[in-house]
Write a protein that binds this ligand. Sequence first.
Ligand SMILES: CCCCCCCC/C=C\CCCCCCCC(=O)N[C@@H](CO)[C@H](O)/C=C/CCCCCCCCCCCCC
Ligand SMILES: O=c1ccn([C@@H]2O[C@H](COP(=O)(O)OP(=O)(O)O[C@H]3OC[C@@H](O)[C@H](O)[C@H]3O)[C@@H](O)[C@H]2O)c(=O)[nH]1
Length: 404
Amino acid sequence: MTVDHFAIGATVIAIAVIIGWFISWFIHTISICFGVRHLYKKLEPVIPKEELPGVSIIKPLTGVDINLKSNLETFFTQDYPKYELLFSVQDDNDPAILVVKSLIDSYPKVDAKLFIGLKNVGPNGKINNMICPYEAAIYNNIVISDTGIKMTPNTLYEMVHCLKPDVGLVLQMPYCATRKGFGAVYQQVYFGTMQARNCLSANAVNINCSTGMSSLLRREVLDKAGGLAEFGKYLAEDHFMAQAIRAQGFKVVLATTPALQNSGNCSISEFHNRLTRWAQLRMSMLPTLIFLEPVGESVVLGVLTSWAANFLLDVSPLAFFLGHFLLWFLSDYILFRIVENGPLPFSKFEFVVAWLLREFLSPYILLMGHLKDHVVWRNQKYKIQWGGIVQVPVSNSLDVVAVS
Ligand SMILES: CCCCCCCC/C=C\CCCCCCCC(=O)N[C@@H](CO)[C@H](O)/C=C/CCCCCCCCCCCCC
Ligand SMILES: O=c1ccn([C@@H]2O[C@H](COP(=O)(O)OP(=O)(O)O[C@H]3OC[C@@H](O)[C@H](O)[C@H]3O)[C@@H](O)[C@H]2O)c(=O)[nH]1
């Protein structure tokens, strides 16, 4: 390559980097605007409360943590006229059984059942755990809610409110309840900044960006796509369910309040394992993210753009990087306050430390996703293929028992 070719190539790359930098600020701006407009907006009642449709809430459980009982209790105290609770565990030694039974005894007026044992329809353990309650559900509207989720008394109403006739799936954007300890702060900052930015901006422009920890869907729509069992072949069943619902012409929308993850386990290393697993899923399903995700991170994009600005405009790279990083921080701080709907629930110092840690560790998490040749989820190992299909882990199906 001659010097001219080299200079032309470098100029083209530098211009592309600058364009990418503007795109990333466009994403920040959309997420903030959409967050302000959509999150926590006042819901005008459209139909009287007693005429609201019935909802079956499926809770696939695996094990116990110190918050499980209080989290599950929030499902028994929903300010909603007609719903049933369908808990399921995959084996009869699961300690969650005792917790659920004691809550069922304490709230005899709430229609609640416990299913013990899974139906093996594919590699996805969560789907296998949910097949029995899904088949037994009496209502057409199904909420799927992960074990660590806590609701406020209004959450179910807020989700149903978003289920307009043209909507097939309502997702609660992932966020966290405020818990004690730095691990909890770190997770809350992650979900309130990077995750919220991508989730809000993608949904604002109708890009499929789903996380299935708390969602409400129309059963007849899912059944037309083959039912819940059809998605047992994927680990990222949430992404493929949203895709199948959109393919039938229904909208996928965000609920006005985020999902409150409130697991009793706030370990940073386990959280990193979870993020690595999610990164592996995303990269296998959407390979363009292998390139886009790292360049969409503040540190990598900052370094690249500092070089580009210096190359094209002779700007000091250090000054550019520091300005970029400070702006990114301020934008994330504003977004966090929008998602939290109030002041920081911890000190500013903790926010800064958790934010810096996340920004500098994110390339490492993405790298770990590339280095691992298998996915680990709840002690099961899976081999994942391009397209998101997984190979079956060894699993044993128990007889199913329903306990009211
Ligand atoms: C030069 C700048 C370009 C920036 C491009 C930004 C690239 C996107 C970067 C990161 C994507 C992060 C997605 C976070 C949410 C995903 C959470 C998750 O992994 N969930 C899994 C488990 O529940 C789930 O199975 C996977 C779902 C797939 C999500 C795919 C998301 C694509 C989002 C793209 C957002 C771009 C927004 C553009 C708006 C104009
Ligand atoms: O083998 C399993 C694994 C998981 N599960 C249940 O599935 C739910 C989610 O599990 P975890 O909390 O371990 O995982 P995550 O929070 O990472 O899940 C998230 O990412 C992966 C997606 O497929 C899920 O839909 C999403 O909720 C829990 O309720 C858990 O009890 C099972 O019932 N069996």
